[in-house]
Design a binder for this molecule. Sequence first.
Ligand code: FMN
Length: 172
Amino acid sequence: MKKKLIIYSTTDGQTFLICQRIKEILNEKAQVSLLALDECSENDLKNFDQIILGASIRYGKHKPAVHKFVELNRKILEEKRTAFFTVNVVARKQNKNSPATNPYLKKFLNATSWNPDVSGVFSGKIDYPKYGFFDKHVIRLIMYITRGPTDMNGTYEFTDWKKVEEFASELN
Ligand SMILES: Cc1cc2nc3c(=O)[nH]c(=O)nc-3n(C[C@H](O)[C@H](O)[C@H](O)COP(=O)(O)O)c2cc1C
């Protein structure tokens, strides 16, 4: 049975939830492990046939650790089957929700020069009550400008779970 590793970089947990759903689907045909990026060592990577990395966006960027991970493990990533996906709310827009059109995905792959076998883009979640004062107001302003939800009492999940499931099936 193939061994697959899913690695996540999350701040508020939505990328983790997406990874959990992908794991459930991959589990049907493979032995799947799920690890946080900062728990993952080079030795872990060697033991798997396929490596899937998912990371979310905050203020226009994936965490520096995501870039570093690709940089440090470039050789092993090139030897394995790999996939990368990004989670952000720009992706709720139809014209920014694919690998060819999402600015964060394009920027990340350009910056790292990594060429994963499969790449994906998922829209995330806005959870106003969870955010601190500053983040709440900045996000609200961005939502106002981009015609998103601005009620600061609300939680808005934009993730298209069917798309997540299709992505996971592609990895099978
Ligand atoms: C402080 C903050 C900044 C964010 N900045 C961006 C951004 O620049 N672009 C974007 O598309 N989404 C942005 N988002 C939305 C997140 O990408 C979205 O909430 C995602 O679901 C977070 O995933 P996570 O829960 O795995 O961390 C931001 C969210 C927060 C709370």
